[in-house]
Design a protein. Structure first.
Length: 481
């Protein structure tokens, strides 16, 4: 099969926050994931060094925390102060016991050590607007006030200066602790947002969109939230996980195209509200949960409830899943003008690229590399592409291109093409280039390894062969590699 690609123009700068992830108090993400005092690699605070070593190469911009569904029952005040006095609470989101040994200070200081920015959530399930503002005062307060002084008493003098905050999580979902109607959520989010910005005008706020595109409330929920919150928020969230429960590979591989539909649809709703108000300010999108998630549920494993930690959703990724996560990353890059934040959900042990054994080693999964290489080489300016690619029809969609691609011009003048071959056949790819380059290299994911080889390069043109059903990155550089 043959395909041709040509660069059409520049779309937008890629926001570094597209390369963010998510740690929730869920399963073994925190306890025996990032945090395991007594582990041979643990640092003085009890955080695993081997896990940090696998996180660092991902060059994450932000980590969203502490949930997720967990957020809607979380009392942040349980997680501060002397550890021996912190309560153990039942977590009704995941039917586990939460020992509160990792809380706001531990998480924020871990982020500082890793040089990753935190994206904190406030509880709008059982939590109140007042508790949300108190958390902001604890974290960012610079004056001598009650909660800022409690932070100082707990050993942290300087404010953390957390800039990015989520107003609750998936509040439309019936599974959510204290789920709300659109009207209920919109009013609470609006009043919480107002107070938070009054206290700290430097912060940015993400309001909850619908939990996923197939929710009956998708669209109408966002419309209501924007009607109430537009002046006080900066982003609206989208979440999406894809499954292959039907064992239908051509459809599974095409699902990321629906992610793009949802980006277009929610952008249109934001713009409609902007026009209705005559506002000059855009609301951008925060795709703050995205991944493949179905293997664990399909296996029907139900660990006993009320343990700490409760080892749930330990997804084992196969060789097809990185093609889907790679195409999801491509969808985000193709909409870099609108999507400013995106979190691969999650980071460790729970639907994650990194897995740990308690007391033992940490390892990566197949979905690690497409994210890593996009994070490393997909920074700069997102490009628009013209393509001549054969298409196919699948169970839920027609005209699915066999080749999925996104391109970014790096700050070093390189051109980086992220390519998913959805076909069972190899694809002979001709790439028209705007000028001459010194070298071209194709890096292809093979299981848990990346195999790189030089590709044919002529003035203004490169030729490469993409293996069947593969994820690859084609990198064209002005200097010899
Ligand atoms: O990431 C796992 C869960 O998926 C999150 O807690 C929730 O927000 C979503 O439904």
């Amino acid at each position: 099969m043959r395909a041709r690609l040509r660069i059409n123009g520049s779309l937008a700068p890629v926001d570094d926050r597209l390369y963010s992830s998510f740690i929730e108090h869920m399963g073994r993400a925190v306890y025996t994931g990032i945090y395991e005092p007594g582990h041979p690699t643990a640092d003085a605070e009890g955080f695993r060094g081997d896990v940090a070593d696998l996180i660092r190469p991902l060059r994450l911009s932000h980590i969203r925390y502490p949930g997720g569904n967990f957020l809607s029952g979380y009392q942040w005040k349980d997680g501060i102060g002397p550890k021996e006095r912190r309560p153990v609470r039942p977590d009704l989101a995941w039917f586990a016991l939460e020992p509160n040994q990792v809380g706001t200070d531990e998480f924020l200081q871990w982020c500082e050590r890793l040089e990753i920015q935190p994206m904190l959530g406030v509880n709008l399930g059982t939590g109140t607007p007042r508790e949300a503002v108190e958390l902001l005062e604890y974290v960012n307060g610079s004056h001598s006030s009650y909660w800022a002084d409690r932070r100082r008493e707990n050993g942290r003098e300087a404010p953390y200066g957390v800039k990015l905050w989520c107003l609750g999580n998936e509040m439309d979902g019936p599974w959510q602790i204290c789920a709300k109607t659109a009207e209920e959520y919109a009013r609470t989010a609006c009043e919480t947002a107002k107070m938070m910005k009054w206290l700290d005008p430097s912060i940015e706020l993400v309001a909850c969109g619908s939990s996923f595109r197939a929710m009956p409330s998708f669209g109408s929920w966002e419309k209501t939230v924007l009607e109430h919150c537009y002046p006080y928020i900066d982003y609206i969230s989208l979440h999406q996980y894809y499954t292959n429960e039907e064992d239908d590979l051509p459809s599974f591989l095409a699902k990321p195209l629906e992610m793009e539909d949802s980006i277009r649809e929610i952008s249109a709703i934001c713009d409609q509200e902007k026009a209705a108000r005559g506002s000059s300010r855009d609301i951008h999108l925060s795709f703050d949960e995205w991944n493949v998630w179905y293997h664990y549920q399909k296996a029907g494993i139900f660990p006993p409830k009320w343990t700490v930690p409760r080892p749930i959703e330990e997804e084992n990724y196969d060789d097809v899943d990185p093609l889907v996560t790679g195409a999801m990353m491509n969808a985000l890059l193709r909409h870099a003008d609108r999507v400013k934040i995106a979190c691969l959900a999650q980071l460790v042990n729970v639907i994650a690229p990194i897995m740990t054994e308690p007391g033992g080693p940490a390892r990566i999964q197949t979905i690690y590399y497409p994210f890593l290489l996009a994070s490393r080489f997909g920074r700069g300016t997102a490009l628009t592409l013209e393509s001549e690619v054969p298409h196919y029809d699948c169970a839920f969609r027609s005209n699915v291109p066999y080749l999925d691609c996104a391109a970014v011009e790096g700050r070093d003048g390189s051109m980086n093409f992220f390519l998913v071959n959805r076909s069972e056949e190899p694809v002979e790819l001709s790439l028209e280039l705007p000028r001459s380059y010194a070298a071209a290299e194709l890096s292809t994911l093979r299981g848990l390894r990346i195999v790189s080889e030089p590709c044919a390069l002529r003035p203004g043109q490169s030729e490469s062969l993409l293996p069947p059903r593969s994820w690859s990155m084609l990198r064209v550089v002005p200097q010899p590699l």
